[in-house]
Design a protein. Structure first.
Lengths: 231, 136
């Protein structure tokens, strides 16, 4: 409660003295919900560069990826934000699952071996590489949770094709409510036929829900306007 | 007449599901770290732990971070679910008053289930219930 009061005071002073307030925006959510896809879309549109590597493999993002000083126009307002793409939150990580995936050119995978063999075919992760990825992923989860105290606004990314009432989502939203940090629920993957963003609204009726497709860039204007309301 | 010998294979392992129902009084007086460590110790021994209280969000995040630090080739992590029981406004006010006087958090009414992800396959939930699928 004290932290949210201090945050409100900072916003008041910033608006009174006309100083541009830089919002620290954290993208949180379970793995494969589209956090890095959205971060890349925003950074590419407004900064001209991407933030991280996107793949089907869960926990592709294993360290916090930052895009600083992103100036976004939302209607008549300009928001300046530091965008933080967080590692996916999970309660279990099995290294064997990573061995099913092909290597990407991710810089966070510190392996000396190339992603393709001599015939140009893509290689899957070896057991030792998969264990290293699992180790990095566990550290990423801990880092993301610790960073909850340092963000101003959170975009809680949820896959519209999945059940939103997972314990990770409940824990994340509950934590943010307890800390007084504004949270915007982003119902992603609305481009897919099985998407049901209304399920997310029904599960968390006390928070704003913005349906988007980060991949296709659908409805991002509404997302920017909602961020502007909460920053 | 020659009798054929038939080999009978003995079943490996106990194949038993271990459920621990733990009351609030058993964890009373423990610090947050001690409480989470006690729960995780049982889960790493392949027990499913059921608490007759609902972990709060601070305890849940501590459980997740402590789990991440314990994950290795043998222990893949946990699945857990909480089902808090809502208190009335008078009860809520009284609880907050007692907590502010004593300086100690009171146990939250409800239920918590924590188990190894290698045993708990799926947890489905709605606001008033949760349904667990487990497999040894």
């Amino acid at each position: 409660m004290v932290k949210s009061f201090i945050r409100a005071l900072k916003l008041l002073f910033a608006s009174l003295f006309g100083r541009k307030h830089t919002v620290t925006l954290g993208l949180y959510g379970e793995p494969n919900t589209g956090k890095t896809t959205l971060a890349n879309k925003i950074a590419k549109d407004w900064l001209g560069k991407t933030v991280g590597t996107v793949s089907d493999m869960p926990h592709e993002t294993r360290t916090i990826q930052k895009a600083e000083h992103v100036e976004v126009t939302a209607g008549s307002r300009k928001i300046v934000m530091n965008l933080l793409d967080m590692p996916g939150l999970a309660t279990h990580i099995d290294y064997k699952k990573f061995m099913q995936y092909y290597k990407t050119n991710s810089n966070s995978t510190q392996t000396k071996s190339k992603s393709k063999n001599k015939k140009g075919k893509r290689k899957k992760y070896t057991e030792s590489e998969a264990k290293k990825i699992a180790e990095e992923a566990t550290r990423g989860v801990v880092e993301a949770i610790k960073f909850l105290d340092k963000v101003d606004v959170v975009l809680a990314m949820m896959d519209s094709t999945r059940d939103p009432l997972s314990q990770v989502n409940i824990m994340l939203v509950g934590n943010l409510e307890a800390k007084g940090i504004p949270v915007i629920l982003v119902a992603n993957k609305t481009d897919l036929k099985s998407a049901k963003p209304e399920n997310i609204k029904a599960a968390f009726p006390q928070h704003p829900v913005v349906p988007i497709s980060a991949l296709k860039g659908h409805n991002l204007d509404e997302l920017y306007e909602t961020i502007a309301q909460y920053s | 007449m020659v009798k054929k010998k038939v080999k009978v294979r003995k079943r490996r392992g106990s194949g038993k599901l271990k459920l621990d129902f733990i009351s609030v009084s058993m964890l009373k007086g423990l610090s947050l770290d001690q409480k989470i460590a006690a729960i995780l110790k049982k889960v790493r021994e392949n027990h499913i732990v059921v608490l007759d209280e609902s972990l709060d969000f601070i305890e849940e995040t501590k459980l997740v971070t402590a789990t991440m630090e314990k994950i290795d080739t043998e222990f893949k992590g946990i699945e857990f679910c909480t089902l808090p029981r809502k208190r009335g406004p008078i009860q809520e006010y009284a609880t907050k008053a007692i907590e502010s006087i004593t300086g100690k958090p009171m146990a939250k009414p409800g239920l918590t289930l924590v188990g190894p992800s290698s045993i708990i396959r799926e947890i489905k939930r709605d606001p008033n219930a949760f349904y667990v699928s487990a497999e040894l």
